[in-house]
Design a protein around this ligand. Structure first.
Ligand SMILES: C[S@@+](CC[C@H](N)C(=O)[O-])C[C@H]1O[C@@H](n2cnc3c(N)ncnc32)[C@H](O)[C@@H]1O
Length: 224
């Protein structure tokens, strides 16, 4: 949920960034918590969609498994868990140990509804193969780490053992760049993939028993 205390927190955080523009092994950055909360975290609108995706499993009454790639301060995870049925389990992957710690602390509040949190700090290149080898499927996957098309498509391929026909895969910032948008479109055109274009993010489900179709909106628009 929206956390205004983070948006007002002026303290500095030193963290290792494994993002696209950083050197191998990550680069050290210094950011204000308020800045990360405002610029790198899911806002209320995105959060509403994330919570709705988790809530779509409410009818079953069964706990779900959620995976988030790139947790930052835990905003997305908070929304995902808020919509999830009691007893659900969340796995967060975050390059920066400092940010992973913030996420774990923030999400601990969901323990009251017996929702559990497991954080995997470290670069995806190291943490993801281990998770994938465990082959335990997730119901909701939120891809919000690397914002590069090539990585998005590679992650989609690599994550296949963790998806089942019910899994919703939420892709953030599908219009971040031409390259991200082109990759998003390629994913929507894969056989059996159902795609929902929410403009700032997109949602995919593979294994849908539906004919291939065009997503709702497909046009590229330059960001203002
Ligand atoms: C946009 S922020 C995530 C925001 C968060 N999902 C939310 O909803 O509030 C992207 C995060 O991905 C992490 N990240 C980027 N590249 C990564 C990589 N290769 N391995 C691990 N973490 C990475 C960054 O450290 C950053 O915290």
């Amino acid at each position: 949920m929206r956390d205004r205390t983070l948006e007002r927190n002026q303290s500095w955080l030193e963290w290792r960034d494994f993002g696209a523009s950083q050197p191998e092994g990550g680069g050290i950055r210094r950011s204000r918590i308020s800045g990360l909360a405002r610029t790198a975290s899911s806002d209320v609108r995105k959060g509403g969609w994330l919570a709705a995706v988790s809530r779509s499993f409410a009818h079953s009454g069964s706990p779900i498994r959620i995976l988030e790639l790139g947790t930052c301060l835990g905003s997305g995870g908070d929304y995902l868990l808020a919509g999830a049925p009691d007893g659900s389990h969340y796995v967060g992957m975050e390059g920066s140990r400092e940010l992973a710690g913030w996420t774990a602390e923030r999400l601990a509040v969901h323990a009251v509804a017996e929702k559990t949190v497991e954080m995997h700090p470290g670069p995806f290149e190291k943490t993801l193969p281990v998770l994938i080898s465990e082959a335990q499927p997730f119901d909701v996957v939120f891809l919000d780490g690397f914002h590069e098309g090539k990585q998005l498509e590679e992650q989609w391929d690599a994550l296949q053992p963790l998806l089942n026909p019910q899994t919703w895969v939420v892709v953030d910032d599908i219009r971040w760049s031409r390259d991200m948008h082109a990759s998003w479109l390629r994913l929507t055109q894969k056989e059996g993939v159902l795609a929902l274009d929410l403009f700032r993010m997109g949602v995919l489900k593979s294994g849908a028993r539906r004919p291939q179709h065009e997503p709702l909106r497909t046009k590229w628009r330059e960001r203002a």
